[in-house]
Ligand binder design. Sequence first.
Ligand SMILES: [Zn+2]
Length: 344
Amino acid sequence: MTEKKLLLITFDYELFLGERSGSVQDCLISPTNKLMKILEKQNLKSYFFIDTAYLIRLKEAARDHPSAREDLESITAQLVQMVKYGHEIHPHIHPHWKDAVYDAKQNEWSLQNRRYYSFASLLTEQQAYLFDQSIATVRLILDIAKCDQPLDSYRAGGWTIQPFEYFRPLFIQYGIKYEWSVLPGKYQISDAHNFDFRNAPEHNPVYTFDLDPCKIDQKGPFKELTISSFSMNPYEKWLDFKISGLLQRLGQRPAFKGNTVSSIVREQGDNQCKAGFRREIASFEGLNQFRIRKYLSDIRTKEYVHFISHPKMLTNFEFKMIDRFLDKLNRDSKIQTNFRELLA
Ligand SMILES: [Zn+2]
């Protein structure tokens, strides 16, 4: 890498994935427009991982329901505009959309059944079909936008990229070279999320792999772009907790506009976290004045930072913080947001 640091700003473009999905306007269109304005002002490129399993179901609903058709049109228009602005779009699959129920009256979805949460739970032909349709869905947007962005990246829904053997042949078939799901150190075993990144390299955020996205293999055909974290010491943890509580009391943390997926967790943790510390995933969610200061100072010593956020989760307060954070970061360091120029 050069003296420039690589800042990957990524988003999962999706509705809520539990009992109530929330509306397209609240969870996608409105927050994403706000994000794009900020990114345009700062002249930064970002990467949106599109929940294609949802769009496949939305297309079906659009045949019979005018409000679903309107949602599909707004999303298509937004994604076309997004790539025209220079952001990239890639697939992100939440397979349990397969069981989602559409409520035409509310124009919302309900995803209560988690049996297909992981890609591995599908039959091989279902996996192949879903992956193929996902690629086609993103390809269609790129074609409408007349954009020649390579379609070569993937982030798994709920970080469930394991076991990788189910993805590997599809990655090869469709030319997916970059994997964006691994959060080194973190693990969660539940009846929904199921990932174990305990063995991922600790000091090597970008690496080549083949059979296992947590294991370096120089001869492999794929590159892992791991998600970053920030380590907070006990004092920082306490300060962050106090500020979050204060923001809550000031009404800056309104309720979510849908329900997140609920799951029965058997085991979870972070084996790269020292006792008493906390490793916060690099995200715009929960950004506050303290975190801005902390992240800026930590980033000074890093060559690579990968942020993951969800438009549906962001509050008006956080949009203000994102703007301030990116503005300071832009002035503070030499940033490259196009990974292709640094990693090619
Ligand atoms: Zn997701």
